[in-house]
Ligand binder design. Structure first.
Ligand code: ADE
Ligand code: ZN
Length: 339
């Protein structure tokens, strides 16, 4: 296959995205527009100046600028516009389903009501399904640099919205904030019928991935890269068929890998891990879903079969029903057979 034929094939392949922070899809152009609309001052004079600031050495470098950017999101319409802009990009990349993260504490801590963000996001998700045919689910993430008490207060605020939430997750600064810190609130969420995911092994050690499995009882691991340092842990993830939501361009931008050609994605597949490809914070890391597939395929030499496996994993690892998963996997197979 030529490069163009390959990228056309990957673009048309039905795919789900399982690891994408909606606040991380805020493009500088929209950031400026919302800042003007809401009278929020930005410490940047131009879109180019913002992009030039996206030069990170680690996760915390990124998080500092990401939380600052989210400060332009004030009204329900802002959150709806943000979500719709992302779904348009996803649809253009051949994405047909997404399970998106959002960080309510980032907004409630600066005076934006809990209901404002969730209403706006759900409106955007609803419109995306109607106008683009992209289905989606919403996952509320607790910020792990904040306290367990704050996470419990957030879960309380979420109770009227349980029917609209697929699950809860753990994000933000990983090192120093192990999954154990949130074991009780994650259990409370599970008792409410929510799915549970956690970022683990992005920067944190394999011990954090063990905790995510044993103490938090996660349904998926977000990232999980550092699990590969521990053979027994890797085997456990394989044996239990735990989905890893891997984010190659994020790993590159946050210096988890020195270059994309040494990214472990191909190795993960070879080991039998249920890896998926995702964009994490696409406005900050230089690429949406398709770019993550193509850049990684190019760098580590993914075969057409491996790409198809990644697309299937994205549906089998989703929180769709078993019947929906079977239907989506059949769509991937039909596309692969016909193209
Ligand atoms: N919040 C947004 N992106 C994140 C990431 N990659 N890791 C942890 N928290 C995040
Ligand atoms: Zn993430």
């Amino acid at each position: 296959m030529t490069d163009t034929a390959f990228s056309t094939f990957v673009r048309g392949l039905p795919k789900a995205e399982l690891h994408m922070h909606i606040e991380g899809s805020l493009e500088p152009e929209l950031m400026f527009e919302l800042a003007a609309r809401n009278g929020v001052a930005l410490p940047f004079k131009s879109v180019d100046e913002i992009r030039a600031a996206y030069d990170f050495s680690n996760l915390q470098d990124f998080l500092d600028i990401y939380y600052q950017g989210a400060g332009v999101l004030i009204t329900e319409a802002d959150f709806k516009d943000l979500a719709l802009a992302y779904f348009k990009r996803l649809a253009a990349d051949g994405g047909t389903h997404a399970e998106i993260f959002y960080d309510p504490q980032t907004h409630t801590d600066r005076g934006v009501a809990f209901d404002t963000a969730i209403k706006g996001l759900l409106a955007g998700m609803d419109e995306a399904e109607k106008t683009l045919g992209v289905t989606s689910k919403l996952i509320l993430c607790f910020l792990r640099h904040l306290s367990e008490e704050s996470a419990f207060a957030t879960l309380e605020q979420a109770k009227p919205w349980l029917g609209s939430l697929a699950g809860v997750g753990l994000d933000s600064s990983e090192v120093g904030h192990p999954p154990a810190k949130f074991a009780r609130v994650m259990q409370a969420a599970r008792d409410l019928g929510l799915k549970v995911v956690a970022h683990a092994g992005e920067e944190g050690p394999p011990a954090y991935v063990w905790e995510a499995l044993d103490l938090v009882k996660v349904d998926r691991i977000d990232h999980g890269n550092r699990a590969l340092e521990d053979e027994a842990l890797t085997q456990r993830l394989v044996d239990e068929g735990i989905t890893l939501t891997v984010c190659p361009l994020s790993n590159l931008k946050l210096c988890g890998v020195p270059s994309l050609d040494v990214h472990p994605l191909k190795k993960m597949l070879a080991l039998g891990l249920k890896a998926t490809v995702n964009s994490d914070d696409p406005a900050y890391f230089g690429g949406y879903l398709l770019e993550n597939y193509l850049a990684t395929a190019d760098a580590v030499g993914l075969t057409r079969d491996e790409i198809v496996t990644l697309a299937k994993n994205s549906f089998t690892g989703s929180f769709l029903s078993d019947a929906e998963k079977a239907e989506r996997v059949a769509q991937v197979e039909a596309y692969a057979a016909a193209n």
